[in-house]
Design a protein around this ligand. Structure first.
Ligand code: TRP
Ligand code: ZN
Length: 869
């Protein structure tokens, strides 16, 4: 197996291309036979042989223009076909073993369903091919399978013929008229319940919609289908983009490595992002279903019609499609809570990735295993970069740029530079400096320094940027950063700078620093920056806690208000870390009480503002964290918060009426606020009875889970009892049981490691199901701070033992769960060495996958200088 890195700079166009593919697939659990007929044309240099990708395939035969061809060489992951003409037909027959494919890449069989996952490089596990996104071909696929066991046979495009064979099998032929790269290939065979619907596009085309779910789960698919229609309408209204085929199919499967996959006309989904009803799914689950359904649908234009030239360009489709799904979700639900949700992901996960050995630009320069680069950087920071285009160009300019992008590149495989060039046509701003965001990694820090002259009543605010070096790049350049900028005085009056550097509330910072001048200033101004998180940056604003509270009170931007509260909590927790928590002034507690009282009817803002920053977020503003003291300080603050504010928290809790369940924004906000309040109240004398009452009365999963989460960690007896009840009610429902597994795995208790061992022995646990593995080991490693970071290192060792087992089964998932271990640089030296000891164990393991090798070796090679944040 090659551990060699590929570099973006080494891109070469393919020597051959494939225009049409005809495939015949005879499904069999351990010996599926693939016959693939490829129309191949040479597109460059005459001297080159044809090199096809292939992985784990048994070659049966190969013919060139119908004649057996023997001038070939089989290497580990390529098939070399020598001395071929300029244009020819190659017919390849090979066998594969779907039943023993536990990596869930290529064609696999699980729970009696055959399905495929080809992105990024999984097609080469099905047959020999030019498995790269810049080779686009039309596909015609004929599937044969047992008629009784697999009544449904699906592939991309439209069904054109079907029939029965004499041996109990049947067959269906599918044609996809749109040339596509192999990563968008898909097939499915199984026995499903089918939800059917249709959608008529603005131009009058009728599209059949089909949603395939497990037998008996039909009613749980309704919401997904409704979401799909909303997404189709939204893309027409917002971007003028219509669907192109006659049929759009979605299949939900239980065994899936990621969220979902945008295969042309045949999306395959993790059932977690399809199935939802009031009883089994939380409001958050509903939200996620709608956003993932939309994400995959939006890929039809941003990903499929215009695809990536090579995998280094992944953010071209992912960053853009995440941005599109975020805008859609904001329009369907609410802008503020969406924005906060995504900022949390950036701060908790993306900033941490950029500070770690895995730091990479949104367009990576060097890759060993592509599966490792489906990251929060490529996806979420990528979406933030698109959002900055949107800010710079404005709504209309952005639409104009998108139109130009599709006009130029429909049907092509292109680069991020092509996207920037299309956007450039829609603005006078020179985007070449802005484009540095594609090549520079790391999180910029924006620092503010102020000078106030009381006599002259003037104030200067200097805004400076600095990006600390990262693991992959020691030298950084100043970026082009849109910094939303507001300024207030202590009475809430707003100011703007005399030179007009701030335009429409935004300062375009394109130099290392700039100074803003303010006049007519009677008392020091408070800068309010990065409204609506206008750039993926950190801010060093040095405000006092009183000033933060003024920002909450007077800022125009709701995100800034929420962020100010986060800063207040961060400051309080720092006081607890210094052992000075008890000395926090009453004025602060009174101010917090006022916030709750004043916003009591604004459930959306209050619900968000009452969430205390997570451990992971707190780590981003601290260095060499001792996990247990930070965790204890956070917990002590939460205790003080709930005790001191108990009466106002209880009053607001009681004021929120719980009508019977509905999934609409007003009710979602109310439930969210109520559950956040319950979490605080669980630490008070009312806790036990409130939690049990809510659990007993709940008619929906949001409130059920809210009660369990409130009990977890605060009310061990109630937690035990309710969890037992929950298990007996939901034991047969895998998606719901994952919540139960996750709650157990994240509970902080001394015997957590033996608890984890019990979970692994649970009859519903299996290492072959990624959702289950993530629910137990992923939740533990990412979110059980006290357990994972035990001072004796037993948490690290426990995860490592498991990863060794998992890596042999499913390297892609193993390489995700290892992430928290690779981020050792966040922690105090004692923890660093314990974590590195386990990473060394992994690295020394014979047969470690390429996925794990890349992350573990990078992590161990990472030298931190003082400056790495
Ligand atoms: N393109 C998919 C998405 O973002 C991501 C994806 C699904 C994926 N399955 C995968 C990526 C397996 C790598 C491997 O919607
Ligand atoms: Zn995607």
């Amino acid at each position: 197996m090659s551990m060699q890195a590929k570099r973006r700079a080494d891109y070469l166009p393919p020597a051959f291309t494939i225009s049409d593919v005809k495939m015949d697939v005879r499904l069999h659990p351990t010996a599926t036979r693939i016959t693939s007929e490829l129309q191949i044309t040479r597109v460059s240099d005459h001297s080159q042989h044809l090199e096809l990708d292939g992985d784990n395939l048994s070659l049966v035969s190969i013919k060139l223009d119908g004649e057996i061809f023997e001038d070939i060489e089989q290497r580990e992951d390529t098939l070399i076909v020598r001395n071929v003409p300029d244009t020819f037909t190659l017919t390849i027959v090979n066998d594969i073993d779907p039943q023993n494919n536990k990596a869930l890449e290529g064609l696999y069989l699980s729970q009696n369903t055959y399905c495929t996952q080809c992105e990024a490089e999984g097609f080469r596990r099905i047959t020999y091919y030019l498995d790269r996104p810049d080779v686009l071909a039309t596909f015609e696929v004929t599937l044969h399978g047992d008629k009784a066991q697999y009544p449904t046979l699906l592939a991309n495009g439209n069904p054109v013929a079907r029939g029965d064979n004499d041996d109990g099998t049947h067959w269906v032929t599918w044609q996809d008229p749109f040339p596509k790269p192999s990563y968008l290939f898909a097939l499915v065979a199984g026995d499903f319940d089918l939800l059917e619907d249709s959608y008529t596009t603005t131009s009058g085309k009728s599209v059949k919609l089909e949603l395939y779910v497990d037998k008996g789960k039909k009613s749980r698919g309704i919401f997904a289908l409704e979401s799909l229609k909303r997404a189709m309408k939204w893309d027409e209204d917002t971007f003028g983009l219509e669907y192109d085929l006659d049929i759009y199919m979605i299949v939900a499967v239980d065994f899936f490595n990621m969220g979902a996959m945008e295969n042309k006309g045949l999306n395959i989904f993790n059932s977690k992002f399809v199935l939802a009803d009031q009883r089994s799914a939380t409001d958050e689950d509903f939200f996620n279903v709608e956003s993932v359904i939309a994400h995959e649908y939006f890929h039809n234009w941003t990903g499929n019609r215009v695809t990536c030239r090579d995998w280094f360009q992944l953010s071209l489709k992912e960053g853009l499609t995440v941005f599109r799904d975020q805008q859609f979700s904001a329009d369907m639900t609410s802008e503020l809570s969406n924005r906060i949700k995504h900022v949390r992901v950036m701060r908790e996960h993306q900033f941490a990735e950029d500070a770690s050995a895995m730091s990479h630009p949104i367009r990576p320069e060097e890759v060993i295993e592509m599966n490792n680069f489906y990251t929060v950087t490529v996806y979420d920071k990528g979406a933030e970069v698109i959002r900055m285009f949107h800010t710079l160009l404005g709504e209309d300019g952005f639409r104009k740029g998108m139109d130009e992008y599709f006009r130029r590149h429909d049907g092509q495989a292109v680069t991020c530079d092509d996207f920037v060039a299309a956007m450039q046509t829609a603005t006078d701003i020179d985007l070449s400096h802005f484009a540095q965001w594609y090549s520079q990694s790391g999180t910029p820090v924006i620092s503010l320094t102020t000078m106030f002259d009381e006599r002259k009543q003037v104030m200067d605010i200097t805004v400076a940027q600095h990006t600390p070096p990262t693991a992959d790049q020691s030298h950084k350049v100043p970026l082009f950063i849109p910094v939303a900028f507001d300024c207030i005085d202590e009475n809430g009056k707003h100011y703007t700078d005399v030179d007009g550097k701030i335009k429409d509330g935004v300062l375009l910072l394109d130099a290392p620093s700039t100074t803003l001048h303010f006049t007519g200033v009677e008392s020091p101004l408070i800068p309010v920056v990065l409204g609506n998180f206008s750039a993926p940056a950190k801010v060093n604003n040095n405000l006092s806690v009183e000033q933060m509270l003024l920002v909450f009170r007077y800022a125009k931007d709701a995100f800034n208000r929420w962020d100010a509260m986060q800063s207040v909590y961060n400051w309080c927790i720092a006081e607890f870390e210094k052992g000075q928590g008890e000395q926090i002034d009453d004025s602060v507690w009174n101010a917090l009480s006022d916030v709750i009282n004043n916003e009591a009817d604004n459930h959306e803002l209050l619900g968000e503002c009452l969430v205390i920053p997570t451990f992971e977020t707190l780590c981003q503003t601290r260095q060499r964290v001792d996990p247990n003291s930070l965790n204890s300080a956070r917990s002590a603050f939460c205790d003080a918060f709930s005790i001191k504010l108990a009466s106002v928290l209880k009053r607001v809790f009681d004021s929120i009426s719980t009508d019977s369940y509905q999934y609409d924004q007003r009710s979602v906000n109310a439930r969210r606020c109520k559950n956040v309040l319950l979490n605080h109240l669980a630490r008070t004398e009312h806790g036990d009875s409130l939690v049990r009452q809510q659990y007993a009365a709940a008619d929906n999963m949001t409130d059920t889970l809210g009660a369990l989460k409130a009990a977890q960690g605060n009310l061990p007896d109630a937690f035990e009892a309710l969890m037992q009840n929950f298990e007996s009610e939901w034991n047969v429902d895998p998606l719901v049981l994952d919540k139960w597994f996750g709650l157990h795995a994240t509970t902080e208790r001394d015997d957590i490691l033996s608890q984890l061992s019990l979970l692994k022995q649970h009859p519903q646990f299996t290492i072959n199901n990624p959702n289950r593995v993530r629910a137990v080991m992923g939740s533990f490693a990412f979110f059980n701070t006290a357990g994972f970071h035990r001072a004796d290192g037993a948490g690290y060792k426990y995860v490592t033992d498991y990863l060794l087992e998992l890596d042999a089964v499913n390297p892609q998932v193993a390489a995700r769960v290892v992430t928290p271990l690779t981020q050792w640089q966040n922690y105090a030296p004692a923890h660093q060495s314990l974590m590195k000891a386990q990473l060394n164990r992994l690295l020394g393991h014979k047969g470690l996958s390429r996925d794990m090798f890349e992350k573990v070796s990078k992590s161990l090679a990472f030298e931190t200088s003082g400056e790495h944040a």
